[in-house]
Design a protein around this ligand. Structure first.
Ligand SMILES: [Zn+2]
Length: 224
C-alpha cells in the first residue's frame, strides 16, 4: 500500500498554513491512479485552498511497481541517498519487512535511486518501454559524444529518454529548455545491449543503484 503522512506547509504566496500529504511510499500497482500523479507531479504539488497558488514540494519516497518489479527511491539529500542504499542492501540480504514484501519476493527486483523527479520520470518511461536503463544510459553517453564530435559547441545540461507514438529517443535540455532530440534506432539499441553485456554482468554483482550518465561514462571508460 502507498503510505502517507500529513504535514503542515505554509503557502509561499498568501502565508496561510495548510495540511499537505507526503507519501513515504507510492505503490503504483495497488494504487493505479498514483502513477499518473507521480508523472504529472500532482503528488508533489500543493495547491493552496485559499489563493490557489501551486507549489512543488519534493521529498524522499519509494516508488514501487510490483508488476514490473521495480523499486525506485527518490532522494533529495545525501543522507537520504545513503539511507536508500543501506535500505536496498538490506533488502538484498534479508528481505524488506515493511508489510509489502518478504525475502524471496525481492528477488528479481530492479532497485534504483534517483535524485530528481525528472530522473524518476525517465526511469519509469524506460522501464515501461521494456528497456534496460543501463543500456539506455550508455546509449545516451555515446549519443552525447557523437553530437560533440560533429558540433564542438554542443552543450546539454540534461538529457532524457522519451517514447512517444512508437518512437523513442533522447531529448536535450539547456537551462531547463528542450532544444533538440535524437531518435534511437531499436536495432542499434539491441546491438548495444549485446556489446554491453559484459559491463552489465559485472555491474549486477556490484549492486549499483544509481544508474545515470555519470555511471555510464564510468562503465565505458573502465571497460577501456
Ligand atoms: Zn495561498
Amino acid at each position: 500500500m502507498s503510505q502517507k503522512q500529513t504535514t503542515k506547509v505554509t503557502c509561499p504566496k498568501c502565508g496561510k498554513e495548510h495540511d499537505f500529504a507526503i507519501w513515504s511510499s507510492i505503490n503504483v500497482t495497488l494504487d493505479r491512479d498514483q502513477k499518473e500523479e507521480v508523472l504529472n507531479r500532482n503528488a508533489f504539488t500543493f495547491e493552496c485552498p485559499d489563493c490557489k497558488e501551486k507549489t512543488l514540494y519534493t521529498y524522499d519516497f519509494l516508488y514501487h511497481d510490483m508488476e514490473q518489479k521495480i523499486m525506485i527511491y527518490h532522494v533529495t539529500t545525501n543522507e537520504a541517498l545513503v539511507q536508500a542504499m543501506e535500505g536496498f542492501a538490506q533488502m538484498t540480504n534479508v528481505g524488506v519487512d515493511d508489510g509489502i514484501l518478504t525475502g524471496p519476493e525481492v528477488e528479481g527486483y530492479r532497485k534504483r535511486i534517483v535524485r530528481s523527479l525528472n530522473d524518476l520520470r525517465e526511469k519509469i518511461f524506460i522501464f515501461d518501454a521494456g528497456l534496460d536503463d543501463r543500456v539506455v544510459e550508455i546509449f545516451k553517453v555515446f549519443c552525447i559524444i557523437q553530437l560533440k564530435q560533429s558540433d564542438p559547441d554542443f552543450q546539454a545540461d540534461e538529457a532524457y529518454f522519451y517514447k512517444r507514438d512508437g518512437e523513442m529517443g533522447f531529448q536535450f535540455l539547456r537551462e531547463g529548455k528542450a532544444f533538440g532530440e535524437v531518435a534511437i534506432d531499436p536495432a542499434d539499441y539491441e546491438d548495444l545491449a549485446k556489446t554491453a553485456a559484459d559491463i552489465l554482468t559485472k555491474e549486477e554483482q556490484q549492486n549499483n543503484y544509481v544508474i545515470d550518465t555519470e555511471w555510464a561514462y564510468k562503465s565505458i571508460t573502465e571497460e577501456g
